[in-house]
Design a protein around this ligand. Sequence first.
Ligand code: 6PG
Length: 240
Amino acid sequence: MTQVQVLSDKPALIAHALDLIVDTINTTLKEKERLTIALAGGSTPKPLYEALAEKSLPLEKIHIFWGDERYVPGDHPDSNQRMARQAWLDRADFPAANIHPMPTGSNDPSLDAQTHNQELEAFFGVKAGELPMFDIILLGMGDDGHTASLFPQTEALTISDRLITVGNKDGQPRLTFTYPLINNARYVIFLVAGENKRPALAEIFSPDGDETLYPAKAVKPQGELLWLLDEAAGEQVKEI
Ligand code: 6PG
């Protein structure tokens, strides 16, 4: 089921996302021994991660992944891993084994994508061709309608036979979840703020929008999909 919630401003969006995620973690861990969450990169989720660092959570049961990663070392200023560690993970007492960054160290993005694909299959105990089911996947959306590192009119949009592939942003390689992996999640939450996102959202919520031009439009999880928008981004998006 798809839901759209428009909050008054970015702080309200972050506060609401925090409550939702904490509730989902606690509810899920009543019925499961562990929870898997894939983090979004970019700038929007950083205050959310900072707020999560203040929460008392059963960290030993929470496993952290990333939906995409820039192809840089984990301590590089552009690294999504670095951002999340500084904002949350290094400020909380996660077991090191619960944090599963995307590998970016082999100098071969395709090889690292394959490695992480195997890591996911092993962690979830699935065979090649089977899809793991993440409990929560957090996603952002670029002004151009990309999400994770699924950029408009790139080959990554067409990959359907694996979990992880190489994205391409203006010639720069990235690692990214593929659509099949994203769309097999129990709960996908988009966090989108700012007026500059409005044109892409208009396309995504239009029946005529082109998914190859606005890749976030093709995120249609078998579980729940929630778009959390601030007014600046989502004023014209009709409530679904
Ligand atoms: C990344 C992200 C990317 C991001 C969007 C939105 O690696 O940059 O995964 O998909 O979510 O570009 O970024 P902002 O939140 O900074 O607008």
